[in-house]
Design a binder for this molecule. Structure first.
Ligand code: AMP
Length: 210
């Protein structure tokens, strides 16, 4: 089976972004982080960015059509490349739309990796999460502190009240996406509660055996 198109699923803070970045580096994938692409639009102050800024700050989902526009643009620039979709799809409706969209690009979701993590750990991880705004690199104040001299910030939507809202939305709307891929035999679940290196060794095992 060729694995050119991967989807990374899981609650916020489950390590999707971290492992997508590592796998991109080690196995030649391009990481397509929809949240990151949206944040860039917000920073640029583009029309699309202005449209989504408030929504993102409350932890709610951005409208499907907006997300789809961003994903289509990314796919168009990545023809022939191996990709990891990180943070998309986030609803069964988006998963269906993605299937249609990928057909246009002669792709299909080969494998969906589901990073399973309990809510308690999500809150613990996200409250310590910091990001280097220049490189997008993710750190944790206790487990993976930034090197000296690297200035990091907390994402607006990583505040605890917003994280709880993101988790509610995750359980209600995003979690069923796992069942969607499970039904078609494309889901692999990974216990994301361990340390980064441990979880990453499981990710590599799955990808290299696929
Ligand atoms: P993330 O960086 O993946 O945690 O995404 C940050 C925020 O971007 C989310 O809380 C949503 O507001 C928005 N977002 C990212 N991906 C999607 C998506 N697939 N559908 C709707 N909104 C999204």
């Amino acid at each position: 089976m060729s694995t050119d198109t991967l989807v990374f699923l899981g609650p916020p803070g489950s390590g999707k972004g971290t492992h997508a970045a590592m796998l991109a580096k080690d196995r030649g994938f391009v990481q397509v982080s929809v949240g990151e692409l949206l944040r860039r639009e917000v920073e640029r102050g583009s029309e699309l960015g202005l449209q989504v800024r408030e929504i993102m700050n409350t932890g709610a989902l951005v409208p499907d059509q907006v997300v789809l526009q961003v994903v289509r643009r990314a796919l168009d620039g990545l023809r022939g490349r191996k990709i990891i979709l990180d943070g998309f799809p986030r609803s069964v409706a988006q998963a269906r739309m993605l299937d249609g969209l990928l057909e246009e690009f002669r792709r299909r979701v080969d494998l969906a990796l589901f990073f399973a993590l309990e809510d308690r750990q999500v809150i613990e991880r996200i409250s310590g999460r910091r990001v280097d705004p220049e490189t997008g690199k993710i750190y944790h104040v206790v487990w993976n502190p930034p090197p000296p001299g690297v200035k990091t910030v907390q994402r607006d939507d990583d505040r605890e009240d917003v994280v709880r809202q993101r988790l509610r939305i995750y359980h209600e709307i995003t979690e069923p996406v796992a069942a969607y891929y499970r039904k078609s035999g494309r889901l692999v679940e990974i216990d994301a509660s361990g340390g980064v290196e441990h979880v990453y060794s499981m990710v590599l095992r799955v990808i290299d055996q696929a």
